[in-house]
Write a protein of this length. Structure first.
Length: 281
């Protein structure tokens, strides 16, 4: 939702913006190319994403600062870049295309690995969690972080056959024995979501970042957050609502913005995207 992001985020065309989830640098490139006075601080916890941005965006090095860090460290990242307050902050949550398409990362159902760590400094991989957690612990992870109705059945068969699980492909096939495909949605989608969230502590990191956002923004600055599942969106929705009632923010999107059918046709992965935006009072 590049156009929608631009519409809600860019207010000062000569300002300083934080791309807090840089990924392959798509958003940053678009803004740097279109607005010659804009400066961007791009963050990502994935060193491979930072390296990709360094390669793809080297022509903008005078207006781009790349920092390897998690977006929960927004305040420290701003200070490290020598900036007091930002004119806008973007968080595009979820897995980047680079991560999803890397066969050894474990995010895809066909991956030859079962890692799912976005940051190489994280200790436990998805495979570690499957091997170390009890059946009840796995069931709780799948239910609470994936909203998976078949969490108990899936966790039971995983523990029964955990020695056979060496890759994401193995796990996806195992889940498929318990749960049938629902339309175009892969049977293992919610299990993979839950494991990825658990491995990367995504919900707690998001809450931490949301708490720090107001102190990082100039008056009139804007925030755009794009989420991809209901757990993330609920956290963002409640935070924006509560801080708007307190007078910290002004809601720019009273209802979620979703991608057009045209965009979904071009990029099927965008189908679950939900955009929300606020402006600092």
């Amino acid at each position: 939702m590049l156009k929608e992001t631009e519409e809600y985020l860019i207010k000062n065309t000569g300002g300083v913006y934080i791309d807090a989830t840089a990924g392959g640098g798509g958003h940053s490139r678009y803004f740097l190319e279109k607005y010659p006075e804009i400066r961007i601080i791009a963050l990502d916890c994935d060193i491979e994403a930072i390296r990709e941005c360094e390669r793809n965006l080297s022509v903008f090095k005078d207006r781009l600062k790349l920092i390897k860090t998690n977006f929960k460290e927004l305040s420290a990242a701003l200070a490290g870049a020598g900036v007091n307050l930002a004119d806008g902050i973007l968080l595009d949550l979820g897995v980047s295309s680079h991560q999803f398409d890397s066969p050894d990362r474990g995010f895809s159902f066909k991956s030859s690995n079962l890692d799912m760590r976005m940051d190489d400094q994280i200790n436990n991989s998805a495979l570690d969690i499957i091997n170390c957690c009890s059946e009840d612990e796995l069931s709780e992870i799948f239910y609470n972080l994936g909203e998976e109705r078949f969490s108990k059945k899936i966790s039971r068969i995983i523990k029964q056959e955990k020695d056979k699980i060496k890759s994401a492909r193995d796990l996806a096939e195992l889940v498929g024995r318990v749960k049938k495909r629902e339309g175009k949605i892969h049977p293992a989608t919610k299990v993979f979501q839950a494991l990825r969230i658990k491995v990367n502590n995504e919900l707690e990191n998001l809450k931490s970042a949301l708490d720090k956002l107001p102190a990082c923004l100039k008056p009139g600055a804007r925030v755009v957050i794009i989420s991809y599942h209901s757990l993330e969106d609920r956290i963002v929705k409640n935070n924006f609502r509560d801080l708007s009632k307190e007078g910290t923010y002004r809601l720019l999107t009273k209802k979620i913005i979703t991608p057009s059918q045209e965009e979904i046709n071009l990029n099927p992965r965008s189908r679950s995207a939900k955009l929300r935006s606020v402006e600092k009072s």
